[in-house]
Each structure stands twice: as C-alpha cells, then as structure tokens.
Design a protein around this ligand. Sequence first.
Ligand code: 13P
Length: 348
Amino acid sequence: MTTRGLVETARILVGAGKGLLAMDESSPTCDRRFSAAGIPQTVDMRRAYREMLVSAPGLGAYISGAILYDETIRQCDRHGISFVERLVEAGIVPGIKVDCGAKALALHDGETVTEGLDGLRDRLEAYAAMGARFAKWRAVIGLGDGRPSRACVLANAQALARYAALCQEAGIVPVVEPEVLMVGDHDLERCCEVTGEVLHAVFEALHVQGVVLAATILKPNMVLPGLACPKQVSVEVVAEATLRCFLETVPAAVAGIAFLSGGQSGALAATRLNAMNAGAGPRPAPWPLVFSFARAIQQPALGIWSGQERNVAAAQAALLHRARCSHAALSGAYLDSMDDDRRVLEAS
Ligand code: 13P
C-alpha cells in the first residue's frame, strides 16, 4: 500500500467523527473479566460475546474501527460469517492487536517491556490477508518508587517504533499505545511529567525509524492523578492538563489521538473527553481527539449479557448507549443527563 492509502485509512479511523472499539482483550484477560461476571471461560463463550458486540445494530454510526484479538479475527458468527466480514458490512474497519503482552524487564524490578517483534513481519502479512487494516501495540508504564526507569521508557519506545515501522511496511496503520497507568498515589503533575517524557521518547523513536506520522494514531492515557492520590481534580483540570501535555510533545502531523479509558467509568471517560473537545485546552488541538475504549464501552454490556443468549438485545442496547455517549463526546455534545436514565436502568 502507498503512503497515501495508509493516510486515508488513518483518516477514516480518526478523522471522520467516530471512535474505535477496543475488543482485543487477550484470552486470559477476557477470561478474568468473564470469571468476575460469573461467565464460563471457554472459547465458545468468548466467541458468543464477540458476536454480541459486532452484531449490535447500528454500531457503525459511532464506531469507525474495531480492534480484534488473534483468536477473534479467526472466528465466525453463528451463520458462519467471519467477524471481519460482519464488521466490514457494518462499515467498521477491522484492526488487530499484535503485541504479545508486557513481560518483566530484565534488571528492573516491577517494570515491563512489551514483546512481540519476533516474527511480526510475517504475522502482519497474514493479518493483512485476513482483512486487518490497522493494528495496536500497548506498552505499559507504571509509576512509583523510582519508576519509570529510563530503561523502561526507552525499551518500550523503541519497541513501539519498530512495530509501527513494520506495520506501515505491511500497509497497516499503527495505533501506538504507550499507557501510563492510573495505579498509584502520584499526583496530576507527576502523571503529566511522566506522560510527557514517554511521549518525547516515543516520537523520537518513531522519527528515527522513519515512521510516517500522518499514517499513525496515538492511543494515550489521559493525564490524571493516581487512583490513590488524595488530591483528585475536576474534569476541566484533567482536560486542560492532558491537552497542555500533548501540545508540548505530540507533533501536529499525527493523524489523531484515540484515548484509552484505563479503567475510568464510561461516564467519566466521556465527560473528560467531551471537555477536551469543548475547548478546555490552552489552544485548539491540531489533531482529532477521539476514543479507543474497551472497558468504558463494554463493561455494562458484559454484565448484562452474563453469558445468556436471552440477554443479547439488552446487552447490545447498553453497548450502543456507551458508544453513543462516547461519540457525543467527540463534538462536545455529551451531557451528564445522557447517562442519568441509564444509571437508574442498570441499577434496577
Ligand atoms: P481500556 O479502554 O479498557 O483501557 O482498554 C483500552 C485498550 O485497548 C488497552 O490496550
């Protein structure tokens, strides 16, 4: 594929007023969530759950692309139609998670580097043949006790850049995800400082590897105080700090920014994204600011579904509601009241 084709795919994904649905939980992660919801942890339950997601009627009105996992990209719905085909029919671009997970970083206790570069060229070629047009790689950066080390930041930035270069060579748009975790008692300023350091390192590495930024999507965390920080801050402060941090570190050429939710509730993630799109920053952002949420879109639907066929329609309604709210946040049109009825419904 030409660079122009890659840029066009990136534009469809993040420049058309819609966001991404991350449904690429690895089987162990999916099983953990199933276990917490009392759902049997089998291949067929995972398949049935993903079928519920991809067949939600009208999902394509809010979602431009869906990120699949290796198991899922090979699966079909009950009629034998592949999930890739179902997505394409719904006007949703299929994507694929290609990293092999965060593994212990040698000589750096408690830190990780994401692996999966070995054989990646061949895997990307195979995924492209299956219909994937974009990919995702997640690096994990934890805070606290002298963390993150320079070694952790640089190793992860280097891996992200090599992954992104291989994607573009294969005609696949890379989603570059360096996630600074919310776990810890650090304050907003510390998150801002570390997120900025990580983004500087990532964009330096992308530059060195020759990655085309106009065909690259950044999937970052929002700048937030740690979950255990005694000093929590308002939605406006989060939105302003996040945009200030990105304006300092993210080149304007990047195709778009698609935020992860990182464990925030769906309503909170939508409220914060909405504030950014409603002009909370020190000046207008040069990139589209969209979402690439997993939990913030799927969580209520998973609980309602509970592994029961009879709950599919209600689960899809909950999924579509979260997709609609996240979508409204792209134009500053999300209102807290959009979630009021739903909270009552879900609690009953
Ligand atoms: P969350 O939105 O649940 O953080 O997941 C996003 C994601 O894709 C993590 O890699």
